[in-house]
Ligand binder design. Structure first.
Ligand SMILES: C[S@@+](CC[C@H](N)C(=O)[O-])C[C@H]1O[C@@H](n2cnc3c(N)ncnc32)[C@H](O)[C@@H]1O
Length: 318
């Protein structure tokens, strides 16, 4: 069986050093996955630092549970979205933490498991269900969205979440095709993409953008990210650090803008003479520009290629 889990975590050294972890720190890994980052964090915060690991995926939590067993009570794992980080910490009686990591998106485990429906360029595409839920408790799969969404809704997902040229054409082609027969497998969807002429003559497989858009819609990834960053900022102790690793420009833009707003504080229009929003600066940037992988990591881990790490520090109370 291929080793699905033991990949080197993306941007591990940069993340650990920019989080400035030390013995006794309390840390949240909001996307614990296979616990590659989490294990390294627990080493840095030994002997008594605690780690709360969140994930929405049951299989990821089984795996991280096994990996983190040697750390005993120092590691707590919770099946939850990081968008509910505040509630989880409250239930655990932890009000403020020293560092938070969000390593976004799907894991290689998801991509390597055809039955989860995240991959399309595969000989098994005819059997691969259009699922794409990271949290299998979610009520709607990608196939459900494709069956129910209006052409307008589909178009807006493809153009906003996939930045796909031909979004309107594809949305219409899908609503036409599903009148004949439901789209159930990745090859059903690929056939519609191809027949609609989407991506013809382009370098990248057109499925890449379509699948990205559907995955984001199924998991409400961008909504979760906005809420997750906000709760993370609030959960940091003064001087505590938040690190976010993004894998595409839509995610990175949200991180960049959320950090910028929290650095600036007041969000009133620049010409307004008196502040009415009452917001004060909460963060300082640790990375002025996003940190990417070096050549060696790019070569050895294709998934790291598009990674962008941003880190910010919670200001001392004003
Ligand atoms: C890139 S992987 C993390 C890999 C991890 N850092 C490691 O070292 O193994 C992202 C993980 O985040 C999880 N995830 C995605 N969205 C989430 C959310 N909103 N809340 C919690 N976990 C989420 C996925 O299920 C996946 O396991």
């Amino acid at each position: 069986m291929p080793d699905r889990y033991h990949h080197r975590p993306v941007l591990l050294d940069a993340t650990l050093s920019l989080l400035e972890l030390g013995p006794g720190d309390d840390v949240v890994d909001g996307t614990v996955g296979g616990a590659g980052h989490a294990g390294a964090i627990l080493e840095r915060t030994a002997p008594n630092g605690r780690l709360v690991g969140l994930d929405v995926d049951d299989e990821a939590l089984e795996e991280s549970g096994r990996t983190l067993r040697p750390y005993g009570e120092r590691a707590r794992l919770v099946r939850s979205s990081y968008r509910r980080l505040n509630e989880v910490l409250e239930e655990l009686g932890m009000t403020r933490v020293d560092a938070i990591l969000l390593d976004l998106g799907v894991s290689s485990r998801h991509l390597d498991a055809p039955e989860r429906g995240f991959r399309f360029a595969d000989a098994s595409a005819g059997e691969t269900p259009l699922d794409m839920r990271m949290d299998r408790r979610l009520p709607a799969t990608a196939a459900d969205l494709l069956a129910r969404a209006s052409a307008e809704q589909l178009q807006s997902w493809f153009s906003e979440y996939g930045e796909l040229p031909g979004s309107r054409t594809l949305a219409r082609a899908i609503t036409e095709a599903r009148r004949q027969t439901p789209l159930r497998t990745t090859s059903d969807l690929l056939a519609v993409i191809q027949a609609a002429g989407i991506g013809r003559g382009r370098k990248h497989h057109p499925g890449t953008l379509v699948f990205q858009a559907l995955r984001i819609a199924v998991n409400d990834e961008l909504g979760a990210l906005k809420e997750g960053i906000e709760h993370s900022i609030e959960a940091l102790a003064p001087g505590g650090r938040l690190a976010v690793i993004a894998y595409h420009s839509l995610e990175d833009r949200i991180v960049k803008n959320a950090f910028r707003d929290a650095v600036r504080g007041c969000l009133c229009p620049p010409r307004q003479p008196v502040c009415t929003c009452g917001k004060t600066p909460r963060l300082e940037l640790v990375t002025k520009k996003p940190v990417g992988p070096d050549e060696e990591e790019t070569r050895s881990n294709p998934r790291a290629r598009s990674a962008r790490l941003r880190v910010a520090r919670r200001r001392e109370a004003a």
